[in-house]
Write a protein that binds this ligand. Sequence first.
Ligand SMILES: [Cu+2]
Length: 139
Amino acid sequence: MLNLMKMAATALMLTVAGGALAAAESAKDARVYFITPQDGETVTGPVSIKFGLSGMGVAPAGVERANTGHHHLIIDAPLPSLDQSVPSDEHYRHFGGGQTETTIELAPGEHTLQLLMGDQLHRPHSSAVFSDVITITVK
Ligand SMILES: [Cu+2]
């Protein structure tokens, strides 16, 4: 019986610790957007992309600083689950060095792009800061 209570207490402590690890909070007026390209634009590859951010700052992944985060570029994919770390593959690119621009190769045709901020552990903030989806055409 005592062991059971100990286990319950441990489980409760783990739950509380888990709560303390919740994603970083975002500022209410934080906004992420594309400076280039613009929605509907036709571009020639390689595609130069510039990330815009207002109301919060950029910090590299691993750096815990209030009201900051790093960019994720979502390519031809939906917004990922907002209560988990952002996936890392060809559809979900991390800019954990604090980069605010990139150049990517995209096949000719239509593509969707979206930006999503992540905290020091690559988790979307609470609440999540993401851009509108833009559609571009690569010639
Ligand atoms: Cu990340």
